[in-house]
Design a protein around this ligand. Structure first.
Ligand SMILES: Nc1ncnc2c1ncn2[C@@H]1O[C@H](COP(=O)(O)OP(=O)(O)O)[C@@H](O)[C@H]1O
Ligand SMILES: [Mg+2]
Length: 319
């Protein structure tokens, strides 16, 4: 059974790519087969962290149809059991994926065979990023101990949750209609409360209320607080957890705190994951704890999510 681990963040430059490369390395060295996929379209740079030259076809070539399958662009990395699918750095301009291409890509990712498939996503809450994030209930959200990054992580979670609830109802259903209406009618700046959304859906039918309740219960984001400089940062993590629990009515599965380490940027310059050169350092040990967390979880939760990845203007500005 493959586990898909999408890695997302509200803010850029928080360490998604570094963590993807190191987590993939740690899982592979522990005996798992891993495929790393660079899905940061428009900003692909995972190859750099892995020390792989930017000259191989990847996702961009599949989008432009010069390659037919993900398997055909799969590369070995030099680390046993660790494979890599490059992004679109050879073919800039693929950032705006259309609906059908996105669906096709999501289906082909599901068809890959590996113990873990790690997706390095673009920063922010665009539709494409959120839909890639929602491929799996094992997504990781990376943030750093700064107020803006924490707020961005919270907004990302909220947007993802709205999208997930929306997609828990069939296309053209009254429930989807209600969700869209609430989003379009919301008064600028007031935000949209989950409670009022849940109540409106419950009014449609008790079953709809149950669907929302189950969706909220199954959605257990895992958050990583990266670049931590002091132990007080754990308070910020707790605060995020509290706010998420109170306002979004969901439980955070775990938070791992990762230290800030000068060895990380040095490892990028050396083009080698830090985990390979120094598996015992503090940073690598925190990578281990993410890997252990992921390995110890049971099988992914399979909630019925209907199609309809269509890009609906405005659905995501839910501040
Ligand atoms: N734990 C860390 N300690 C020190 N620097 C880090 C750490 N994690 C990431 N960085 C640095 O932050 C920068 C951005 O990391 P990157 O993985 O490219 O972010 P993202 O993919 O989220 O945009 C890189 O220069 C990297 O060296
Ligand atoms: Mg990145």
């Amino acid at each position: 059974m493959n586990r898909i681990i999408p890695i997302a963040s509200g803010k850029g430059g928080v360490g998604k790519t570094v963590i993807a490369a190191n987590l993939g390395t740690a899982l592979a060295l522990s005996g798992k087969t891993v495929i790393l996929i660079d899905l940061d379209l428009g900003g692909s740079n995972l190859h750099t962290c892995l020390g792989i030259k930017n000259r191989y076809p990847g996702i961009g070539n599949i989008i432009y149809k010069s390659e037919t399958s993900l398997e055909s662009v799969l590369l070995e990395t030099g680390t046993p059991r660790l494979y890599f699918i490059p992004g679109d750095s050879l073919l800039p301009g693929t950032a705006n994926l259309n609906y059908f291409t996105k669906l096709k890509l999501i289906k082909s990712i599901h068809r890959l065979t590996a113990d873990f498939i790690i997706l390095d996503l673009s920063s922010g809450s665009s539709f494409n990023t959120i839909d890639f994030f929602l491929i799996s209930s094992f997504g990781l959200i990376i943030t750093i101990p700064e107020a803006t990054a924490i707020l961005n992580a919270y907004s990302f979670l909220k947007s993802a949750l709205f999208r997930l609830i929306y997609r828990s109802f069939p296309p053209k259903s009254e429930e989807r209609h209600t969700i869209l209406n609430m989003l379009s009618e919301r008064i600028e700046g007031t935000g949209l409360s989950f409670r009022s959304l849940t109540n409106s859906l419950k009014k449609i039918s008790p079953d709809s209320g149950i669907v929302v309740k189950r969706t909220l219960a199954d959605f257990r984001p895992r958050v990583i607080l990266n670049m931590s400089k002091n132990s007080g940062d754990i308070r910020l993590g707790r605060k995020l957890r509290e706010i998420v629990n109170k306002n979004l009515n969901i439980t955070m599965e775990f938070i791992v705190i990762m230290p800030n380490s000068d060895a990380v940027p040095r490892s990028i310059l050396k083009r080698e994951p830090l985990y390979l050169s120094d598996p015992g350092c503090k940073f690598s040990r925190s990578v281990d704890s993410i890997a252990e967390n992921l390995i110890s979880y049971g099988n992914p939760i399979h909630q019925p999510v209907y199609g309809g990845y269509e890009d609906l203007e405005g659905l995501f500005n839910t501040d």
